[in-house]
Write a protein that binds this ligand. Structure first.
Ligand SMILES: [Zn+2]
Length: 159
C-alpha cells in the first residue's frame, strides 16, 4: 500500500503518509517537517500533491491566540485504499479504451518519411506511401497489445 505511494509520489511522500498514519490525530506541516527533517516547503508541496490524489486530507484550525489559520493534515488506511482504488480504476479505463481502439492503430509505416497507415489505407494504396511511393513496412503491434492486455488482467485481479 505504501509502496504504491512511493512509486506515484516519491520516497518522501511515503515517509509523510507513514508518519500521518502512525500519528493518527493529524499534524501541521511544521510538525511533519521537524519530525522527518525535511524542508517545510518540500513538505507542503508533497502534501498538496498527495491531497490532490486523495491520499491525505486537511482541516483548517485557528489557534486561540492566533489570527492565522494553520492546516492540520491527516490520513488513514481507508482513505488511502480508496484513493488507490480510484487511481486503479482510472488507469483501467484508459487502458481498456486504448485496447478497444487497438484494431484501428496504424500497422504500416513509410521507412523514409515515417508516415503511418492503417491496414485499410495501406491496402487501398497497394502498400505504397502516398507521399513518396516507397514500399510500406509492417509494424508489429501485437506485442504491445498483448502487454496491455496482461496489465489489465493483473490490475483487475488485484482489486
Ligand atoms: Zn513515404
Amino acid at each position: 500500500m505504501l509502496k504504491v505511494i512511493e512509486v506515484l509520489s516519491g520516497e518522501n511522500a511515503r515517509k509523510i503518509v507513514e508518519l500521518l498514519i502512525k500519528n493518527g490525530k493529524g499534524m501541521s506541516d511544521e510538525e511533519i517537517s521537524n519530525t522527518l527533517n525535511l524542508r517545510v516547503n518540500d513538505v507542503r508541496r508533497i502534501l498538496y500533491d498527495l491531497a490532490s490524489n486523495g491520499f491525505v486530507a486537511y482541516k483548517r484550525s485557528s489557534g486561540e491566540n492566533s489570527r492565522w489559520y494553520s492546516y492540520i493534515w491527516f490520513t488513514d488506511k481507508d482513505m488511502i485504499m480508496q484513493a488507490i482504488g480510484k487511481r486503479k480504476r482510472e488507469v483501467l479505463r484508459i487502458l481498456s479504451e486504448w485496447l478497444s481502439r487497438s484494431e484501428s492503430l496504424p500497422t504500416y509505416i513509410c521507412p523514409y518519411d515515417y508516415s503511418l497507415y492503417t491496414f485499410d489505407d495501406a491496402f487501398e494504396n497497394s502498400f505504397r506511401c502516398i507521399k513518396c511511393g516507397a514500399d510500406l513496412v509492417e509494424i508489429d503491434n501485437r506485442k504491445v497489445v498483448e502487454f496491455v492486455k496482461n496489465l489489465v488482467n493483473k490490475l483487475n485481479k488485484s482489486t
